[in-house]
Design a binder for this molecule. Structure first.
Ligand code: TYD
Ligand code: MG
Length: 425
């Protein structure tokens, strides 16, 4: 690492003057004299990105955007480069030509608010020279797998090249306080040479995900030195670029026709944001010997556990049946508050009894069929009420200190799964 520091510093001696920011010193400082970086955050025009970053871009931060090819990383970054007001941005692409980028920029049909520069170059030495000339306030690298440094004798995309180039960019960002975004490709079967090896080097890792056949994209903070790593940003990929989805419930409550069985609505929290999401289940007699179990957007192990609870505690004969579970919108849910809706959707499908579309659920289910409390219940209730739901089922253990007279929505506090069955079916 020190080697890199020396090499980089030797190459570009005047970064400090480029950005006007003081160079990092090696002198100890009293903690009360250190200025908080938060005041200096640059708010982007993209509210979803701000949220995921923890409130804007921190000066000198190195941010990795990982995702499968074709998911929209370049689009997201070019949109950022074009839209940062009063900012000189430098978008460096090793993947596309200037003409292609220009065409893409036109497709995004935005009158650029930024002073946006494009560079198609892959050698870090040349990149740093250009950075010196252009003097940008924000640098975007697309992608790290295409870069190569003359200091390392290895092919672009190899672990040692990726690591060296990232180390140089890290050094640059820290010395100049200019934030750098790095795009990194991840393949479907995990991360080969690339993003994984550099996750520990960068300040923030954002994962861009979604089903390529659906329009919705989710930007998730996987690691963030400057904010919570639980935040989500949601976008819709349109013909003219990525649109922010500021009210996710709108899209996650899918287009429902009449009263169908196998559907239940869960109230989730992703990061700080509450959202309502549709859980869909399909239960049927197994046509082949072994029953199929498959789940989209929900942990299959957890689904199997809930199925075992239904079988063992409540006598539902599910072991010979196929069970398919799907979370609408292509979202992958980890919030345990979804459990209750999962159970209700499964039983609704098995019994072929629809659940009223005016009911929402928020509760974790334990091994004995007890409904456990979930965090931030007030926020969840308020969101369900805002979206016009009439009833919400929550855990009895969530009612302590809860003033239900504050709400229009009817709050049903339950301790056991069977109480919910009796009430909704
Ligand atoms: P891209 O940003 O190139 O993905 P990545 O950099 O992650 O590989 O986006 C690729 C897809 O997005 C491509 O299939 C075309 C589509 N797209 C749109 O639907 N609308 C647009 O405005 C743009 C620019 C791309
Ligand atoms: Mg790309």
């Amino acid at each position: 690492m020190e080697e890199v520091v020396e090499r980089v510093s030797a190459r570009v001696p005047d970064w400090q003057t480029v950005s006007g920011v003081k160079k990092r010193t090696s002198k100890a400082a009293a903690i009360h004299e250190i200025v908080h970086a938060d005041e200096a955050r640059r708010i982007t025009p993209d509210k979803e990105l701000n949220r995921v970053l923890g409130g804007g871009i921190v000066p000198g931060s190195l941010v990795l955007i990982g995702g499968e090819p074709g998911i929209g990383k370049s689009t997201l970054m070019l949109q950022l480069a074009l839209n940062m007001p009063d900012t000189r941005t430098l978008y460096i692409s090793g993947e596309e030509s200037e003409q292609q980028l220009k065409m893409r920029a036109e497709r995004l049909s935005q009158a650029s608010k930024a002073d946006c520069f494009i560079l198609t170059e892959t050698a870090t030495q040349h990149i740093f020279k250009q950075i010196n000339t252009v003097a940008p306030h924000l640098v975007i690298i697309d992608s790290i797998q295409t870069l190569h440094s003359a200091h390392i004798d290895a092919a672009p995309g190899s672990v040692s090249q990726v690591r060296e180039c990232t180390a140089e960019l890290l050094q640059f960002a820290k010395e100049t306080a200019i934030p750098v975004f790095i795009v990194g490709h991840i393949t479907k079967d995990g991360a080969i040479a690339g993003p994984k090896v550099l996750e520990h080097m960068v300040d923030t890792v954002l994962q861009f995900e979604g089903d390529r056949h659906h329009a919705y994209r989710i930007l998730r903070a996987v690691k963030n030195r400057f904010g919570a790593a639980t935040e989500l940003g949601i976008y819709e990929m349109q013909g003219s670029g990525l649109r922010e989805v500021s009210n996710p419930s709108e899209i996650l409550l899918s287009q429902r026709e009449g009263n169908m069985s196998g559907i239940a609505i869960a109230v989730l929290l992703e990061g700080m944001r509450p959202m309502l999401i549709e859980v869909q289940a399909l239960v049927g007699n197994s046509a082949y010997g072994t029953p199929q179990r498959s789940s989209n957007g929900f942990d299959t192990k957890r689904m199997n556990m809930l199925l075992a609870v239904l079988e063992k505690r409540f006598g539902f004969r599910l072991s010979a049946q196929d069970v398919f579970l799907n979370i609408a919108g292509g979202l992958r849910v980890e919030d345990p508050a979804i459990d209750l809706a999962v159970i209700i959707a499964i039983i609704s499908s098995q019994q072929d009894i629809p659940v009223s579309a005016t009911i929402a659920f928020a509760g974790e289910v334990g091994l004995s069929g007890e409904i456990r409390a979930v965090n931030r219940i007030e926020q969840r209730i308020a969101e369900a009420e805002k979206l016009g739901f009439e009833t919400i089922y929550i855990s009895k253990y969530n009612t302590k200190g809860l003033d239900s007279s504050k709400y229009q929505i009817s709050i049903r506090a339950v301790a056991k799964v069977e109480e919910v069955f009796q009430a909704v079916f």
